[in-house]
Design a protein around this ligand. Structure first.
Ligand SMILES: [Zn+2]
Length: 173
């Protein structure tokens, strides 16, 4: 089968690893420098995280992996190791589900998660960095934070509006 046309094929849009300087190589280098082995399940999980680009649940991630690449427990274990290493970052959906995303360049950011469709967008983190700086100035050490935003995205609002009855004004002739 011929690869990589931007088609509707489920893998069509997600096989482009070339544009960001080989993220898989970067990730493997991080594993190596931490003294960790480059195993097939680890590579498969990292590739799946890179393809997703946005935070993903463990179940979604497991579903993304090729048949029998590894079982769910292995995914849990690998993600725990990656998180410890700072290679993945965990955030949380509004129902408390943990979501994981690859963290290769250490750009700190937060997310806005749509409560309706689950779409995740990045938002700038300068406000929390500023707060952490202030807290350190006040003498706090090992300052961390956990900040997520939740809302209903414009697309979902539009969908809801389309399904609700027309306002009286719009059906007058
Ligand atoms: Zn939405």
């Amino acid at each position: 089968m011929i690869a990589s046309s931007p088609s509707n094929h489920p893998l069509g849009a997600v096989t482009d690893f070339s544009r960001a300087g080989r993220p898989l190589d970067l990730a493997c280098a991080r594993l190596k420098s931490a003294g960790l082995r480059i195993t097939q399940p680890r590579v498969a999980i990292i590739e799946a995280l890179i393809r997703r680009e946005h935070p993903v649940s463990i179940e979604q991630l497991h579903h993304d992996l090729a048949n029998d690449a590894c079982d769910l427990v292995t995914v849990y274990r690998c993600l725990a190791v990656f998180e410890e290493l700072g290679l993945v970052r965990r955030c949380f959906f509004h129902n408390g589900t943990g979501l994981y995303e690859i963290n290769l360049n250490d750009s700190h950011h937060h997310h806005i998660v749509c409560k309706s469709c689950g779409k995740v967008e990045r938002i700038d983190a300068s406000f929390t960095e500023n707060t952490e700086r202030i807290l350190r100035e006040r003498g706090y050490e090992q300052v961390t934070h956990l900040v997520e935003f939740f809302g209903v995205c414009p697309a979902c609002q539009k969908k809801t509006a389309e399904f609700s009855p027309l306002p009286a004004a719009s059906i007058t002739r």
